[in-house]
Write a protein that binds this ligand. Structure first.
Ligand SMILES: C/C(=C\COP(=O)(O)OP(=O)(O)O)CCC[C@H](C)CCC[C@H](C)CCCC(C)C
Ligand SMILES: O=C(O)C1=CC(=O)c2ccccc2C1=O
Length: 298
């Protein structure tokens, strides 16, 4: 790559590499955990909330940046032009930018621990980071075994939501644990969707993603069940009086859910067409979680 190409890069490729919409995934568990804390205790600490959001974004940036570094070592990103390593041709630089994001993110969480004089939140977030590393880093690379979805569910669901709840209240709550299941499923949907268009490259690099294991047709069917599960679950929580009726506002995300399922069912085996499905899944996640949290605040 020439200096000119580095200085005047293809904006589209860089946007695809940075994936701005994906960062709502870091914000939503903090939003939902904080909303439940406010509903139950009327406590809201704005400094803790904003620091946690900024830290979560930085930690997710590390996860994505280091994903490109680790994937460059297995050859799986050979055809991924928007890999940060391929774009810059400078793996050490990308590696250290990732580590800087992680360091700054953890500093934010340490600040919360300091304000609270309590190490619980940093302990939980370090566990999330460990799961994030095990997803892609050597010697684990559990994502290559098709185990990424399980790690993703726990990191963005119960762990992150409970950490957010605890950061506000320094107590635990069964309600936040229950609703974290919804955040976990909605986030895992995105990861599941991200594999449909990569089957060929994944097989070539020995990655046995859930879609490689199941095939795209069965994967598309499973996606429907997986996506649909969010809505009866929110209703069940309202009927069981775990969450307020206003959380049914999250059903406003249904049109995106329908669009996602239809799009994947029609195009599951056409990589070029199905490749945008993870961003439809991001929209499902964003609206479902935003409105679900809002339902606790009203
Ligand atoms: C990096 C992730 C997915 C990308 O996967 P893939 O290799 O298929 O991508 P490319 O095709 O683009 O190369 C997400 C992985 C998520 C992981 C299982 C769990 C991450 C945990 C986070 C570090 C936790 C952050 C929590 C925050 C809210 C504090
Ligand atoms: O690039 C991706 O495919 C993903 C990036 C990311 O940060 C993330 C986080 C949580 C769930 C899924 C994903 C991705 O799929």
């Amino acid at each position: 790559m020439t200096t000119k190409q580095i200085l005047y890069p293809n904006t589209k490729l860089w946007m695809a590499a940075i994936k701005p919409p994906m960062y709502s995934v870091a914000i939503m568990p903090i939003w939902v955990g904080t909303a439940v804390a406010y509903a139950e205790t009327k406590i809201f600490n704005g400094a803790v909330f904003s620091t946690f959001i900024a830290a979560a974004i930085l930690i997710l940036a590390w996860e994505n940046i280091s994903n490109d570094v680790f994937d460059s070592e297995t050859g799986i990103d050979q055809n991924k032009h928007h890999s940060l390593v391929n774009l810059t041709d400078n793996k050490p630089l990308i590696f250290w930018i990732g580590n800087l994001c992680l360091g700054l993110g953890l500093l934010g969480i340490l600040a919360i621990a300091f304000w609270q004089q309590d190490l619980t939140v940093i302990g939980i977030i370090l566990l999330c980071c460990a799961l994030g590393y095990m997803y892609q880093g050597p010697p684990f690379r559990l994502g290559y075994q098709g185990l990424g979805e399980i790690l993703c569910f726990f990191a963005f669901g119960p762990l992150a939501v409970e950490a957010a709840y605890y950061s506000q209240t320094q107590t635990w709550s069964m309600t936040s644990l229950a609703v974290s299941v919804i955040v976990g499923i909605a986030t895992t949907l995105i990861l599941f969707c991200s594999h449909f268009h990569q089957v060929k490259d994944d097989i070539a690099a020995g990655k046995r993603s859930p879609i490689v294991r199941l095939g795209t047709a069965k994967g598309a069917q499973l996606l429907v069940w997986f996506t649909a599960s969010i809505y009866p679950l929110t209703l069940l929580f309202v009927l069981l009086r775990i969450s307020p009726a206003w959380t049914l506002l999250s059903w406003v995300s249904l049109p995106f859910a329908v669009k996602l399922c239809r799009h994947v069912q029609e195009n599951h085996n056409q990589p070029d067409k199905v490749s945008n499905c993870k961003f439809i899944a991001v929209a499902v996640h964003f609206w479902a979680c935003l409105l679900f949290g809002l339902g606790f605040m009203i």
